[in-house]
Design a protein around this ligand. Sequence first.
Ligand SMILES: [Zn+2]
Length: 422
Amino acid sequence: MSHLLITGASQLLTLRGRAPRRGKALSDLGMLRDGALLIRDGLIAAVGARPEIESLPESRSAEKIDVGGRVVLPGVVDSHTHLIHAASRAEEYELKIAGASYEEIARKGGGILNSVKKLRAATADALKRRAHAALREFAAHGTTTLEAKSGYGLDVASELKILRLHKELSAEQALEIVSTFLGAHVVPAEYRRKPRGTEQYIALLTDELIPEVAAEKLAEFCDVFCDRGAFSRKDSKKILEAGKKHGLAPRVHAEQLTRTGATQLAVQLGAASCDHLEQVSKADIRALAESNTVATLLPGCDFHLGLKQYAPARALIDAGAVVALATDYNPGTSPTMSMPMILSLACTQLRMSPAEAIAAATINTAYSLRREKQIGSIETGKQADLAVFDVEDYREIPYYFGVNKCWMTLKKGRPVFQKAHT
Ligand SMILES: [Zn+2]
């Protein structure tokens, strides 16, 4: 049996108590000053005031880490990423700055289809190398669990290649990867040229790919990009219902570029999460507030695209929706692995308080991945997933931006990142 005692936290943010967090409870961090925790075999054995934890018999023989007056919080949970892709889209970044819209670029063969072309041509080894490098960056910014979507393959072999890589990557490194099938990202080019191509592609998803993904246990969730230029609300319903039938819980890309009604569809289907939400209506906000579907906001997208309309976070929180935050790490609209940067954007652009942003990126994202019993807070019996930031006050985590203040990241009680001494 191995024991690890962690002391010296100026603030220990436990996030203990009810999950998920809504309304006023979102800013409840369950903070302990000079708190400590004892880890046994990768799980949290005890957490509380330092003298109490230090006096436990197991603490005496435990290995010890003194974090030197820094802030300790649960490992960050990033509930929306497109981890596996072949290359950046820096050329489109430059076009966008010059004034081209996301949809104009897509019509010229750029956008998602550009990434699809590159992914199909890439070897599994090259994709894996790139993903490993990204995972090291995620760990270096305090993330201990992340969701990863397929969706740049869009044919049977390439989608399965991505999902199998999620599994291999999970086995080869410490961060936990939660796999989502996003065959319904857009209709691939070869189907766009055919009459009734969209219908045929949807049939490929519902009759062939979804059953195969479920049979091989390659994903827990099924996602759809429901928007102009992607899938309609009606098509999305068909795909998500097929996923549900095979045990894949729905997640939805909703109301990003246009309002399609995807949010209300997500609520009706009992989706785990509904993501983006820049264009939601008042009725959509009400529907989310009355449901257990998590409203996941992705401000990195709006920031990277230079868009002015962010999701109405305040209205969602005040109405009582379960609000969460994620990077949407992807090569086209949000090339970042930094959840601290997302917290900064949540504070300045979404007007969330630092405490709300932290809860939205830990316990609420854990809930959206249906893992709130294992991760997302520092409580007895949970995994010892921790992020330590080189600040004295938790508000300094979003306050600093564009610099990485993460000092140490632990997954199941083991350091997976430690800042080099400077
Ligand atoms: Zn996305």
